[in-house]
Design a protein around this ligand. Structure first.
Ligand SMILES: N[C@@H](CCC(=O)N[C@@H](CS)C(=O)NCC(=O)O)C(=O)O
Length: 208
């Protein structure tokens, strides 16, 4: 598999964590978002939205959208499952993933922030915008996840994949986790877990 990735992209980080949790090897193909490589014609040919991640698989089309890629990996490689077996439990995990993937991350994507800048907003406005949506979203995550272990139990799963990548972005944007002890607990567990370490933005092929 080939993962088109950018080291500090939140959604690329999600897929890297899942690949590592499942023990799957892949070739990382860096796409430098600051240099605009996501808008180059050859990349747009298979990822027409001009975003990372994208996953090339041995046969078939290149896959886009981290949520779809994660579901593909879960179905194709069921080892180290990201979702519990029971339907209600699966829905709770997917609820946290959707909260982060749909209601937090899209609001601080680079093209959204650049559009706000183009509308005349200064960096103070941008920081307030980012902090508002991350804080509201993570406060809800804190209320939804469990009291022990990772988000929903002793083993990491899909909610942790989304949460740990989102927490990295929160840190980048100087949003404190102080108010959320459950999230802090999950972050500490992930920090000690080799799959999360392997996927971390600080140790990618394109990390500056
Ligand atoms: N919903 C998409 C979001 C992808 C996305 O927004 N990727 C960002 C990096 S985290 C990106 O490539 N941004 C480039 C741009 O906006 O030009 C997913 O989950 O894959």
């Amino acid at each position: 598999m080939q993962l088109y990735t950018y080291y500090r992209s939140t959604s690329s980080y999600r897929v890297r964590i899942a690949l590592a949790l499942k023990g799957l090897a892949y070739d990382a193909v860096p796409i430098n978002l600051l240099a605009g490589e996501q808008r180059q014609t050859d990349y747009l040919a298979f990822a027409p939205q001009g975003r990372v991640p994208a996953l090339g698989v041995d046969s078939g089309p290149v896959l886009t959208q981290s949520g779809a890629i994660l579901e593909y990996l879960e179905e194709r490689y069921p080892q180290a499952p990201l979702l519990p077996a029971e339907p209600l439990a699966r829905a709770r995990v997917r609820g946290v993933a959707a909260l982060i993937g749909c209601d937090i991350h899209p609001l601080h994507n680079v093209s959204v922030l650049n559009y706000l800048r183009a509308l005349g907003h200064d960096e103070g406005d941008i920081q307030a915008w980012i902090a508002t949506w991350i804080e509201q979203g993570l406060a809800a995550v804190e209320a939804l996840i469990g009291d022990e272990g990772f988000c929903f139990g002793p083993e990491p799963g899909l909610a942790d994949v989304y949460l740990i990548a989102q927490v990295y972005a929160a840190d980048r944007f100087k949003v404190s986790l102080e108010a959320w002890p459950r999230i802090q607990r999950v972050v500490a567990l992930a920090a000690a877990h080799p799959a999360f370490a392997q996927a971390h933005p600080s140790c990618q092929v394109d990390t500056p």
